[in-house]
Design a protein around this ligand. Structure first.
Ligand code: NAP
Length: 290
């Protein structure tokens, strides 16, 4: 059996063409241009590069991005006031606060302040709750992108055993919830650092989603032959041979996993482009509801 590389870039590009057409038609029919406010507090290099990529993607599909860069010393109260202003701004259909925030600012308070109808990251308790009970909501972007990637790759998760490594609120828990929905219908095991003998679970998995934030968390010896590997991890590994001084690595050891897996997402070029695409998707959906 030939191993398949799941090309997130290609699928993302196709979806972005659809989104661009949707943006153009909304503008033509209702005179509405979707607007996304992107707030970055501080200058964490990874966050700066994510925000830049999101802004470029907005431009590519015709969404207006309003970039708001604030110093790392910004007070939580000032950030909350800004979010309140954006909640009331009719030109803004989506609000994104790039995480992580400086430690003196409560992420919980900031996310909770975003109006659920502008929460295009799908992180507010209202949208998370709606997702869990199957009501219409903004789905969180990385988990939504992962499910789309699995479907578009012709992988039928119905009845399959999916093992998710990582239980964060933004990736692990929501992706487990989406895979377990009736329409996807996988049987899901959620693993974390308290899991005893991780390999015992991954070896039984038809699909492994790894979102641990640690390179080498998943290796080929931990897989059942033919398993699908979705690698969410984005880790910067120091590499003096690269212009930027680092290279990106996922959480799966690509070389050993590719020898055993039936399909695998690369890093970069797998989940990442889909995550940004689902942000554009949610922003367009939000503008359509106006
Ligand atoms: P996080 O908040 O640090 O959560 C990591 C999770 O992995 C935790 O639940 C942790 O367990 C678990 N974990 C860590 N090491 C483990 C191990 N050896 N065995 C089992 N479980 C382990 O990270 P996150 O925000 O979910 O992000 C995960 C990775 O995805 C990061 O590399 C991040 O950069 C990347 N990411 C990528 C995208 C994208 O679009 N490609 C989007 C979001 C995040 P405990 O709960 O027990 O500590």
């Amino acid at each position: 059996m030939r191993m398949k590389i799941i090309d997130g870039k290609e699928l993302a590009q196709n979806l972005r063409s659809e989104i661009a057409a949707g943006v153009a038609s909304l503008k033509a029919q209702k005179g509405i241009v979707p607007g996304l406010a992107v707030i970055l507090v501080g200058d964490n290099p990874a966050s700066v590069s994510y925000v830049t990529a999101k802004e470029k993607a907005c431009e590519q599909v015709g969404i207006l991005s309003r970039e708001i860069r604030l110093p790392a010393t910004t007070l939580e109260s000032n950030l909350l006031s800004l979010i309140n202003e954006l909640n009331a701004d009719s030109a803004i259909h989506g609000i994104l606060v790039q995480l992580p925030l400086p430690t003196h600012i409560s992420e919980k308070a900031v996310i909770g302040a975003i109006a659920p109808e502008k929460d295009v990251d799908g992180f507010t308790p209202v949208n998370v709750g709606r997702m869990l009970i199957g009501e219409e909501c903004f789905l969180p972007c990385a988990p939504h992108g992962i499910v789309k990637l699995i479907e578009a790759s012709g992988i039928n998760a119905n009845g399959k055993h999916a093992v998710v490594i990582g239980r964060s609120n933004i990736v692990g828990k929501p992706v487990a919830a989406l895979l377990a929905r009736k329409e996807t219908n996988a049987t899901v095991t959620l693993c974390h650092t308290g899991t005893r003998d991780l390999e015992r679970f991954t070896r039984q998995a038809d699909i492994v989603v790894v979102a641990a934030g640690r390179p080498g968390t998943l290796t080929g010896e931990m897989l059942k032959p033919g398993a699908v590997v979705i690698d969410v991890g984005v880790n910067r590994i120091a590499d003096s041979t690269r212009r930027k001084g680092f290279r990106l690595s996922g959480d799966a050891d690509f070389e050993s996993c590719a020898k055993v897996a039936g399909a695998i997402t690369p890093v970069p070029g797998g989940v990442g482009p889909m995550t940004i695409t689902m942000l554009l998707w949610n922003t367009l959906e939000s503008a359509k509801r106006c």
